[in-house]
Design a protein around this ligand. Structure first.
Ligand SMILES: O=C(O)C(=O)C[C@]1(C(=O)O)C=C[C@@H](O)C=C1
Length: 336
């Protein structure tokens, strides 16, 4: 086990935020509370004015925001606007600004960043945080407490850019980082976020089309409320996640259809179905037990092979944590 290592010097004093919705607004509020200088641009004026009252420096355009040369510029627009925002940022970003994002799909976003020529200063990010609400008025610094963030590492990721984003996330944003390639991220998030949104939506659709709809809705209690909560997300937002991550979502949906068909067949034939439930119970138990924030080892990102080391570690599980003044990259080896 490697026990000691730290990479120093990744300080973040000024952050720019593009789009003050639920996540951009929550990030801005939290950073202001942590004493970080926050600059922002938002397509509509009321949210920008509200943020200004909350201590954010407002900008009238993305060009003006880029000219403030934030240490990190975080892009948090709706997914459907991300490519346009990336193009606009690429045209104006300057100095040593590192660009990151908060989109829930990473292949599409990192491809757009590469296409716009941003690769050298871009690190994809995804905070696994949120609610079914939207807009600056729904934003809340607390939803980021201890949030798990995915950061993407690619063969051309810049080490200092990666460390600066990791320092922001694990420092003032109070999060924990897991590292993945964009494709691995998208496969994992299809399972734990995108497809669950589809199932929640379908649960509502099933009731909506049933003869007993009214009575069913009148009787709905805990399981239906919990199972459908995320279906309260704006339909366009859910649609964009699923469409932009179709490559990873489709195989999971097909697998789910096959599982449910097998279950229905077994029930119809009066065959045993215990295995279906036992297998799920086992996953649920390991989910409760998982403590990925407990690092088993620490590595220093100072050799030539740092990217490979990170990506390699992705296969067994990897967490980036932070001391207050330094960033440590910790590799957690999953039990064999
Ligand atoms: O808690 C919720 O309401 C969410 O939907 C948050 C949630 C998720 O867990 O799926 C949704 C999308 C984000 O990209 C990350 C997190």
């Amino acid at each position: 086990m490697v026990t000691a290592a730290a990479v120093t010097g990744a300080t973040v004093r000024r952050v720019g935020v593009v789009s003050l919705g639920l996540i951009g607004g929550s990030v801005a509020r939290r950073l202001v509370a942590e004493g970080v200088e926050v600059h922002a641009w938002n397509p509509s004026a009321p949210a920008l004015e509200a943020a200004e009252r909350d201590g954010v420096v407002p900008h009238a355009s993305i060009a003006s925001l880029c000219a403030a040369e934030p240490d990190v510029l975080l892009l948090a627009p709706p997914l459907r606007a991300m490519a346009d925002v990336i193009g606009e940022v690429a045209a104006h970003v300057r100095g040593a600004t590192v660009v990151t994002d908060a989109g829930s799909v990473k292949v599409a976003v990192t491809d757009a960043a590469r296409g716009a020529g941003l690769s050298a200063r871009f690190v994809g990010a995804h905070p696994m945080a949120g609610t079914e609400q939207a807009g600056y008025e729904a934003s809340d610094a607390r939803i980021l407490d201890g949030a798990r963030w995915a950061l993407t590492v690619e063969p051309d990721t810049d080490r200092d850019a990666f460390l600066r984003v990791a320092a922001l996330v694990t420092g003032p944003l109070g999060g924990v980082v897991r590292v993945a390639t964009p494709a691995v991220h998208d496969a994992a998030v299809a399972l734990v976020s995108h497809v669950p949104h589809v199932f929640a939506t379908d649960l509502l659709g099933l009731v909506g089309g049933a003869d007993v709809r009214d009575l069913a809705l009148a009787l709905a209690a805990g399981s239906f409320r919990d199972g459908t909560r995320v279906a309260g997300t704006h339909p366009r937002r859910t649609e964009a996640m699923v469409v932009d991550n179709a490559a990873a979502v489709v195989p999971v949906l097909r697998r789910a259809v096959a599982d449910l068909t097998a279950l229905a067949d077994a029930l119809e034939a009066g065959e045993p179905v215990g295995e279906f439930f036992d297998a799920a119970a086992e996953v649920r138990a390991s989910m409760r037990l998982a403590a990925p924030e407990d690092p088993a080892a620490t590595v220093t990102l100072d050799g030539d092979g740092w990217r490979e080391e990170l990506l390699d570690a992705t296969r067994t599980g990897l967490v980036v944590g932070a001391d207050t003044a330094t960033v440590s990259v910790r590799v957690t080896h999953a039990p064999a």
